[in-house]
Design a binder for this molecule. Structure first.
Ligand code: NI
Length: 191
């Protein structure tokens, strides 16, 4: 397994519709395992393939939040076959929108059909945080972020802050690099 880089918004790669998986083969299983490891490290409770730059319909979810008692779900081509009329408001976050949260309303209970890591068709019924999380990750496969469910004013505010943060990090990185270059040249002129 390997850790992959998580893309943060705003980024055009997070706004694309992902392609279905033909078959869950070794490459997809590798992707699922890498995504799970990346999610646990972050730490997070869900991750979708486009967040690691892969435009395929693959998601991983684990809401157990207990390192000793993990309960991961790895899904390819997830589709909702039933949703409850009952709705649930939940304060959502996203690894691609670090440190920002907003309340989103979604169906409280769902049934999802998907391909598991053995390429078998499975169905899972979920409610509570698991239902929220699966729907959130499935949104990513359509290029939809949780901020697309809230008001434009709030969304623009969050995306503006993230853009600013990205620029700041890029600047710091560039400064860090030039500093180490200066150190190297100082050492080489010293000798
Ligand atoms: Ni997310």
């Amino acid at each position: 397994m390997a850790i992959r880089d998580i893309i943060t918004a705003p980024d055009p790669r997070l706004k694309q519709r992902c392609k279905p998986v033909d078959k869950v083969d070794a490459e997809i299983v590798q992707l699922m395992d890498d995504m799970l490891e990346t999610m646990y490290l972050a730490p997070g409770v869900g991750l979708a393939a486009p967040q690691v730059g892969v435009t395929k319909r693959v998601i991983v979810v684990d809401v157990s939040k207990d390192e000793d008692n993990r309960n991961p779900h790895q899904m390819a081509n997830p589709e909702l076959v039933w949703t409850s009329d009952e709705m649930l408001d939940y304060e959502e976050g996203c690894l691609s929108l670090p440190d920002h949260y907003a309340e989103v309303t979604r169906p409280a209970k769902i049934r999802v059909r998907y391909l598991d890591r053995e390429n078998e068709i499975r169905e899972l019924e979920a409610d509570g945080l698991l239902a929220v999380c699966i729907q959130h990750e499935m949104d990513h496969l359509e290029g939809v972020l949780f901020v697309d469910h809230i008001s434009k004013i709030k969304r623009d505010l969050i995306l503006r802050k993230l853009t600013k943060l990205k620029k700041q990090l890029a600047k710091e990185k560039a400064r860090g690099k030039s500093r180490s270059r200066q150190t190297v040249s100082a050492v080489s002129t010293g000798t």
